[in-house]
Design a protein around this ligand. Structure first.
Ligand SMILES: Cc1cc2nc3c(=O)[nH]c(=O)nc-3n(C[C@H](O)[C@H](O)[C@H](O)COP(=O)(O)OP(=O)(O)OC[C@H]3O[C@@H](n4cnc5c(N)ncnc54)[C@H](O)[C@@H]3O)c2cc1C
Length: 447
């Protein structure tokens, strides 16, 4: 039911590149091309398949960053949790991410202010700042070895407008209004081979190794009492008005619980309201060797449409190179120009080489899907037109690593509702709830 299984298209043959491993088991990750996160001996932590029916407080469907963060926080609060995934942990889009941890809002602060008002945009920004803080705390408290790092992020204009950086300045002022502190202008972003024109620097962004983090998060959730079952496909679930729900799992098994949290990236269910508020984009990634010491370790984003995003990752300890990760070329699914996928990867490669000329051999190419909400913020909370004990986490909007984490923070209404932690359940009238009306300029509630 994961709508993205096996959707990688074609094989890349970027100049001088290996063709990539297109034989990956779809249970390992939701596409045929192997992402960087499964190289250099990293494997997903293994969990058993569900073999008998169970009862618990909360059943979480999906073991990506959203489902596992929700499960971790609930388990830590003493709530009974069962997580079910039809593949491995991280076999959905979390295994195919580039894992920029951003409080610099992907859809632009000016857009958020327009759509959600000043206060709404501030609350959204605060939520992402807090999500990165939460990841940092989890990494520290649970001693997760996942290459987590705080670092600067740079936003710069598209190439054709690099001498006119009014948009960069307008966006920077909006960032400051929204509460992103410490942001400042620089004459150019530190791309060694290319003068980007004026850019702004957003401090205290983050990055990590997606699968190493998920492995650590899953093990910590289990230590705190959660039960994780993989290769266990959920077929359906049924809620009620009385905090009783039944999740049916392949093999004629059930998990009976009080609440169900559907964290399957795009909600795999028969209530269609939420699908009318989502569109799906495909995004592409190329990685290459880059000699150590030839680059500034930061996050980079430009303002092209579609835009590019860049970060770095440590190479193997015995190597003298690290990895540059270049993403972009997004397009709505089904609306790809009629061109071979190799050309898309080649454009990313050429764009990267022009800016980081020390870029070496291409290592991996992959793509994945991004669920875009119509108004730039994720849908986290009660599933519209469904029983009150069915919740969803979706609409990651290119910031799914932090949006998924927000869903699992103790302060979020989702956590307070399903943990019985004294909060009221989310109402359909809440602007940040999945049932919010879209396309209007209105405040969102705190996440
Ligand atoms: C190329 C790319 C780059 C990205 N870069 C960034 C970035 O830099 N920063 C950022 O914040 N975000 C980024 N994102 C987005 C982010 O990675 C995702 O939004 C996030 O990982 C989604 O996590 P999730 O837990 O919600 O979903 P997933 O990771 O997709 O997890 C859902 C899980 O549900 C399981 N599942 C589905 N159906 C069923 C079923 N019926 N029964 C049981 N299990 C089921 C799947 O197997 C899967 O494991 C990127 C995404 C892509 C594709």
């Amino acid at each position: 039911m994961s709508g993205t299984k096996g959707m990688d298209v074609g094989q890349p043959s970027v100049a001088g590149a290996p063709p990539g491993d297109a034989t990956v088991d779809p249970a390992v990750t939701s596409g045929a091309m192997r992402p960087l996160w499964l190289e250099h001996g990293v494997k997903q932590e293994q969990f058993p398949k569900l073999m008998q029916s169970l009862e618990t407080d909360v059943c979480v469907v999906g073991a990506g960053i959203s489902g596992l963060t929700v499960a971790y926080t609930l388990a830590k609060s003493g709530v009974g949790v069962v997580v079910l995934d039809d593949g491995n942990i991280g076999s959905g889009e979390t295994g195919r991410t580039t894992a920029h941890l951003m409080s610099n809002m992907d859809d632009r602060f000016t857009t958020l202010e327009y759509l959600h008002g000043q206060r709404g945009a501030q609350l959204a920004t605060e939520s992402h700042i807090e999500a990165i803080n939460y990841i940092e705390r989890i990494v520290r408290d649970e001693q997760i070895d996942c290459d987590f790092k705080r670092l600067d992020g740079y936003l710069f204009e598209k190439e054709s407008k690099r001498n006119d950086t009014r948009n960069v300045r307008v966006e920077m002022e909006a960032a400051l209004r929204c509460g992103l502190s410490g942001v400042y202008l620089v004459p150019r972003a530190p791309c060694p081979g290319f003068d980007t024109g004026e850019a702004y620097c957003a401090p205290r962004q983050g990055r990590l190794h997606a699968i190493k983090y998920l492995n650590g998060l899953a093990k910590a959730a289990v230590r705190h009492g959660a039960h994780i079952y993989t290769n266990s496909r959920v077929l359906k679930w049924e809620g009620s008005n009385k905090n009783e729900a039944t999740v049916t799992v392949d093999g004629d098994l059930t998990v009976r619980c009080k609440h169900v949290v559907v964290a399957t990236n795009t909600p795999a269910q028969n209530r269609l309201v939420i699908h009318a508020k989502l569109s799906i984009d495909r995004s592409y990634v190329v990685t290459a060797e880059i000699p150590r010491g030839t680059y500034t370790d930061a996050l980079f984003w430009d303002m092209e449409d579609p835009y590019h995003y860049v970060r770095f990752q440590e190479g193997p300890p015995d190597a003298d190179w690290d990895v540059i990760i270049i993403g972009g070329e997004d397009h709505p699914i089904g609306r790809q120009a009629n061109e071979p996928v190799e050309q898309i990867y080649r454009r990313l490669e050429e764009w990267g080489r022009a800016r980081w000329p020390s870029m070496g051999r291409i290592l991996e190419c992959w793509s994945g899907q991004i669920a875009e909400p119509v108004d730039a913020l994720a849908y986290i909370g009660r599933n519209p037109h469904d029983y009150p004990n069915i919740y969803i986490v979706t609409g990651d909007s290119g910031q799914g690593m932090t949006h998924g984490t927000i869903a699992g923070t103790r302060e979020h209404i989702l956590h307070r509702a399903v943990s019985g932690g004294g909060g009221r359940p989310p109402r359909a009238t809440d602007r940040a709830a999945p049932a919010r009306h879209v396309g209007c300029r209105a405040p969102v509630q705190a996440c």
